[in-house]
Design a protein around this ligand. Structure first.
Ligand SMILES: COc1cccc(-c2nc(Nc3cc(C)[nH]n3)cc3ccccc23)c1
Length: 277
């Protein structure tokens, strides 16, 4: 492969993922800044996730979109696999959500609109992500969202068993029931994500057994402080029957997105570039 470790200056560790560490890095000749994700082969083997890693590499390197974290390439040595990834300057979305508790509606609408664009792009390539949650989303230097971690994405349609690791909160009924599913699973997760952005916690958050039951019965309540337009979109995404869920195109045209998105763009412009007086 045309990449090797000597080509990079390794910077500070950015943090630890499930199967390895992520470092800030810079390619020596071009001085191009990127993130280097180091995965240990024996940990991948022991974790039985070779397929996920292969899929992450294959899928993410073929998806080029401003709201999808770019995988530029990879290489390996005897013990490790190195993924050369786009660097997202503002880190993990879930940390921002933790710090701010919940997002104002203009910011949530901007984020959901960006996620809908990224998912529409994935679905056009017959890729379903299946694991859309704040932990798998990074924030770029201009505040834009980047879907990362395609370790769980598959080519649709599929019923591939998903060894339950991490939260069930985002799983749609058809996966909880291990039925066949389509790209519509990402719309359910988009609804869970939207709810969590606006409320500060996931709609079905509970003990494992109760979360399962609440998901398949679609049992959730929306607090009063959520605007009627936002509640309307959440209710059109969190629908048990996948075929009855609103489409990504309809999400883009929903009044809540239209109403807040224009305002959101202006607000995020104000934040990043103070107006010259
Ligand atoms: C567990 O904490 C983790 C783990 C992995 C990455 C970060 C992190 N990442 C990035 N950017 C990234 C990461 C990748 C693969 N591309 N761009 C930026 C940050 C900034 C502050 C703190 C943390 C950051 C944290």
């Amino acid at each position: 492969s045309q990449f090797h470790l000597g080509m990079f200056e390794i910077g500070r560790p950015l943090g630890k993922g499930k199967f390895g560490r992520v470092y800030l890095a810079r390619e020596r000749k071009s001085r191009f800044v990127c993130a280097l994700k180091v995965l240990y082969k024996n940990e991948i083997r022991n974790g039985g996730v070779e397929k996920q890693v292969r899929r992450e590499i294959e899928i993410q390197s073929n998806l080029r979109h401003p709201n999808i974290l770019q995988l530029y390439g990879y290489f390996h040595d005897a013990k490790r696999i190195f993924l050369i990834l786009e660097y997202a300057g503002k880190g993990e979305l879930y940390k921002h959500l933790q710090r701010e508790k919940r997002f104002p509606e203009w910011k949530a609408a901007l984020y959901i609109s960006q996620m809908a664009l990224a998912l529409k792009f994935c679905h056009k390539k017959h890729v379903i992500h299946r694991d859309i949650k704040p932990e798998n989303i990074l924030v770029g230097i201009h505040g834009e969202l980047k879907i990362a971690d395609f370790g769980w994405s598959v080519h649709a349609p599929s019923n591939r068993r998903k060894t339950m690791c991490g939260t069930l909160d985002y799983l749609p009924p058809e996966i909880v029931r291990e039925q066949w599913y389509s790209g519509k699973v990402d719309l359910w997760s988009l609804g869970v994500l939207m709810y969590e952005f606006l409320v500060g916690q996931a709609p079905f958050e509970d003990s494992i057994a109760l979360t399962h039951r609440r998901i398949v019965r679609c049992e959730y309540t929306v607090p009063q402080f959520v605007s009627p337009e936002a509640k309307d979109l959440i209710m059109k995404l969190l629908v048990v029957d996948p075929e009855k869920r609103i489409s990504l195109e309809q999400v883009q045209e929903h009044p809540w997105i239209i109403k807040y998105c224009v305002e959101g763009e202006r607000a995020s412009m104000r934040k990043s570039k103070p107006t010259k007086v």
